[in-house]
Design a protein. Sequence first.
Length: 105
Amino acid sequence: MRFTPFPLALSARSLLGTAAAVLMSVMAQAQTPASSPPVPAASAAQRAPVEQLTETIRIEDASNRIDEVRVGGETRSITVQPKGGMPSYQVAPASGERRWNVLGF
């Protein structure tokens, strides 16, 4: 039995043809638009807003009364009312800065 080598030119042509066919197939699939997902019946804008839980917490001891308002678990305001005729003040929840209403009308 005699060994006959496969012609190089023929193998390069078939390889090139196969690569071209695969590339064209991939490009055809990439150009085909994918089916869009189904749109839900009610989008987020049409849904009723979810009401968040509002809590008012009052802590009182012999010298102060502290009122804290939380909306959805996040502190919105803190008001401190010292006893004994002192003016009340507010504490900023994020920074801890205190504000007094000196001339409250």
